[in-house]
Design a protein. Structure first.
Lengths: 115, 113
């Protein structure tokens, strides 16, 4: 069974479109995250939710909106896609704060290409 | 200046070599330090973590943190081709300031048979 799953795995779309990426974890964790990994492999936190509440909201354009319908799901909706949004987006989860023994488990990533 | 700096490499070594991967950080508040391994087209997975200064060993892997010089290291002994991956160091706070990992850019390692 996949611990953290994301759909779709690949997403190719035109500039200006709106798209969503879905994430689900079956680990029973309380905290979920979205990260962006750019072409230079730099992995940066975007959002963090704990028990469906937004904990971290880094400086990302407000075209990006996370939604957590329940503890096991954290979806990412992106409006008016731009070329610079092309990247790999990773979802992750942890039981609590994701430090020390509280491992963050990452999904396989969604490779977004904006044309 | 980014909070966690890491030489992106790439680093290429022969099988059996000892590999040294390093990061520096600037934020004195960091207390947890982690190494993640990321295979091509996969998500990162936690390899090791260390709390504050000191060493931690797990099989062929040793993680070291020197808080006085803000230096993080990962050593791989008897490197294997299966160790070929990108290694990301990460740091975070403890307590109320956590939930957030700050990653280095990652070092791409190739172990040649």
């Amino acid at each position: 069974d996949t611990a953290v799953s994301q759909t779709p795995k690949y997403l190719v779309t035109q500039m200006g479109n709106d798209k969503s990426i879905k994430c689900e974890q079956n680990l029973g964790h309380d905290t979920m995250y979205w990260y962006k990994q750019d072409s230079k492999k730099f992995l940066k936190i975007m959002f963090s939710y704990n028990n469906k509440e937004l904990i971290i909201n880094e400086t990302v354009p407000n075209r990006f909106s996370p939604k957590s319908p329940d503890k096991a799901h954290l979806n990412l909706h992106i409006n008016s896609l731009e070329l610079g949004d092309s990247a790999v987006y990773f979802c992750a989860s942890s039981q609590d704060r994701g430090t020390g023994t509280d491992t963050q488990y990452f999904g396989p990533g969604t490779r977004l290409t904006v044309l | 200046q980014k909070e966690v700096e890491q030489d992106p490499g790439p680093l290429s070594v022969p099988e059996g070599a000892i590999v040294s991967l390093n990061c520096t950080y600037s934020n004195s508040a960091f207390q947890y330090f982690m190494w993640y391994r990321q295979y091509s087209r996969k998500g990162p997975e936690l390899l090791m973590y260390t709390y504050s200064s000191g060493n931690k060993e797990d099989g062929r892997f040793t993680a070291q943190v020197d808080k006085s010089s803000k230096y993080i290291s990962l050593f791989i002994r008897d490197s294997q081709p299966s160790d070929s991956a990108t290694y990301l160091c990460a740091a975070t706070y403890s307590g109320a300031g956590s939930y957030q990992l700050t990653f280095g850019k990652g070092t791409k390692l190739s172990v040649i048979p």
